[in-house]
Design a binder for this molecule. Structure first.
Ligand SMILES: *Cc1c(COP(=O)(O)O)cnc(C)c1O
Length: 242
């Protein structure tokens, strides 16, 4: 049965019913199977449900199905949802999209972790903002790496990452916990395995803990290559309308 739903802008849409709880179960099963293939513990992989384009009610359904980590890619879109769901105090909110400098303060107030630090300038600005918001622990961030050197993507070039991590590790108020990448869109996830492997080698060489990689089309290959956080939207919430 198609049903009426509200999208994030409050518009009424008619959509096919997406069974979010069943999708969550399926995704967790696939994460578990990928972990077994790689000889890893499922507890070492965090499912971040990317709820961009989705309304508060969809997030609530995923929460009730056990999801506790949610990702958004735009501060402005996320703000209403995060405030609306403030009662669910055990949600960890992940910012996974490009952060504009005029949104820094809001981002640090709303989110718990930022995956998408894509320039040294941004890391420095976050540090200044963190220092101004005195009294809180160092804010955890990941550096975004443009592994495949795509001109359409943000992020550090691979060879610039060690220097950027070194420089950022001296900043007060922020803590570099890992690396993030968005793999190129391809038909066969096997094609992006070298991208995941490269990011893992880089992470290992730098002694960082987290590896944020893998989305709906390629999360199993990412887990086999060492992902500690997978960012999954459509496999949980269904297709986006935008
Ligand atoms: C949208 C998005 C995702 C999730 O993408 P799906 O293909 O829907 O799983 C993951 N990471 C980032 C940075 C995104 O913007």
């Amino acid at each position: 049965m198609p049903k009426k739903v509200l999208n994030c802008m409050g518009a009424v849409l008619i959509s096919e019913t997406v069974d979010i709880p069943s999708n969550v179960k399926t995704v967790l099963g696939r994460i578990g199977a990928a972990c077994r293939r790689a000889g890893r513990r499922p507890a070492g992989v965090t499912l971040v449900a990317v709820s961009k384009g989705m309304g508060v009610s969809s997030i609530q359904v995923a929460y009730e199905a056990g999801v506790r980590h949610f990702g958004e890619n735009r501060v402005q879109e996320a703000e209403g949802k995060i405030t609306g769901l403030a009662g669910l105090t055990d949600i960890t909110w992940h910012l996974v999209g490009h952060l504009q400098s005029n949104k820094l303060k809001a981002a640090m107030r709303l989110f718990h972790i930022i995956h998408s630090v894509d320039s040294t300038r941004l890391a420095e600005a976050l540090s200044r903002q963190a220092t101004a918001m005195a009294g809180r622990e160092a804010f955890p961030v990941l550096l975004e790496v443009n592994v495949a050197r795509e001109s359409t993507k943000q992020g550090f070039d691979v060879e610039d990452v060690p220097g950027a991590v070194e420089a950022a590790s001296r900043l007060r108020g922020v803590r570099i916990v890992g690396l993030m990448a968005i793999a190129p869109a391809v038909d066969d996830p096997e094609e992006v395995r070298p991208v995941f492997r490269k990011l893992r080698e880089l992470r290992d060489a730098l002694g960082l803990a987290e590896l944020s990689m893998g989305m709906t089309e390629d999360f199993e290959a990412a887990i086999e290559e060492g992902a500690t956080m997978v960012r999954i939207g459509r496999a949980i919430f269904g297709p986006r309308n935008s």
